[in-house]
Ligand binder design. Structure first.
Ligand SMILES: NC(=O)c1ccc[n+]([C@@H]2O[C@H](COP(=O)([O-])OP(=O)(O)OC[C@H]3O[C@@H](n4cnc5c(N)ncnc54)[C@H](OP(=O)(O)O)[C@@H]3O)[C@@H](O)[C@H]2O)c1
Length: 305
């Protein structure tokens, strides 16, 4: 199968492309970062330009398009709401339309952040979103535009962690590298989420595609924990000093974009349709640890440039 992946230099995109290119012909799109010596084809395109984005599908002729491109830094979205709208809402619509026109499967990546976090239990696909930030609002607009343009599209709300090319993307790298350097960090005790290791997420996404699933799905770990507890688990598995993590409330932070406290998603629909359980935290974190021990994080950095 020929798979076109946007956002191939991002946290999800690079790990997804490296895994999927073991079995499939992958073309990855990057923008401000370039990649070299990766086992897949790379094109550098600014997808904020509608014509360039639309031409991509008919030019590459993939069987599947996976849209991992996003403006995914929440505070950057608050500062640049127009750009956030183009990348998070308009681009998915353009790609969804082109895929519908070319009869190409389309998988769009969305987020757990579309909810306001006021619910006391896990959100299902039927719960009404209520985004709190520019990021969340534009991502929700993207979901809705994709659904309208392409009813056959698969839309997944995810939360994941893993190693990135910069070594500075996401919570797991934040905890790991600060703890390795013996630095004190804060961990939020009042934000709960269900992160999946990215190497567990990618094959699940491909399985969903191969089963022909369509519409909206929540794809996260079945096990929730606080961001503080996530840091403590990383400290434990890597044998690092957990006392370096100070338990704090997110209200004490200087983050700009408002964050929901409950990011817990219910994944019953997916587990039932795939007829299997998704990985719990210990399983994902031991996979993350094994990859680190095998030099995966260091090797990723060699792809920059
Ligand atoms: N990280 C998480 O925990 C998390 C949680 C929930 C949902 N998500 C969703 O998962 C998806 C992937 O997130 P991520 O964390 O992997 O994001 P990321 O690391 O920030 O990567 C974003 C990607 O989008 C590309 N991109 C941005 N602007 C572009 C443009 N104008 N033209 C072409 N490409 C452009 C970037 O390319 P360059 O870097 O080359 O410019 C990069 O490859 C997103 O849809 C995000 O909303 C992420």
């Amino acid at each position: 199968m020929r798979v076109l992946v946007t956002g191939a230099s991002g946290l999800l995109g690079i790990n997804f492309c490296l895994q999927v290119s073991q079995k499939h012909d992958v073309v990855g799109i990057v923008h401000s970062h370039s990649l070299s010596n990766v086992p897949f084809q790379v094109l550098r395109i600014d997808l904020a330009y509608e014509e360039l984005a639309r031409d991509l599908v008919s030019m590459v002729k993939p069987n599947l398009v996976v849209n991992c491109a996003a403006m995914a830094y929440l505070d950057q979205c608050e500062r640049q709401p127009q750009v956030a709208k183009i990348i998070n809402a308009d681009l998915p619509a353009w790609l969804a339309e082109e895929c519908a026109h070319n009869k190409t499967q389309f998988l769009h990546i969305s987020t757990d952040a579309v909810f306001d976090g006021r619910k006391k239990s896990g959100y299902t696909e039927k719960d009404s979103p209520n985004p709190l930030s520019v990021y969340a609002r534009t991502k929700l607009e993207g979901e809705r535009a994709v659904r309208k343009a392409n009813p056959n599209a698969l839309i997944v709300r995810v939360n994941f962690y893993g190693f990135s090319i910069s070594g500075e993307r996401g919570l797991a790298e934040f905890f790991l590298y600060n703890l390795l350097a013996g630095k004190q960090v804060n961990g939020f005790t009042d934000v709960h989420f269900c992160p999946l290791y990215v190497h567990d997420l990618s094959p699940i996404l491909m399985e969903m595609v191969s089963k022909g699933l369509k519409g909206l799905y929540h794809v996260v770990s079945p096990e929730e924990l606080s961001k503080y507890d996530f840091g403590v688990k990383i400290a434990h598995i890597f044998g690092l000093d957990r006392s370096l993590i100070t338990p704090v409330s997110v209200k004490e932070s200087d983050l700009i974009a408002p964050r929901a406290l409950n990011l817990i998603l219910n994944i019953n629909k997916l587990q039932s349709d795939l007829d299997k359980a998704l990985p719990k935290q210990e399983q994902g974190l031991s996979y993350f640890y094994d990859h680190y021990q095998k030099g995966y994080a260091t090797n990723l950095k060699k792809y920059i440039g």
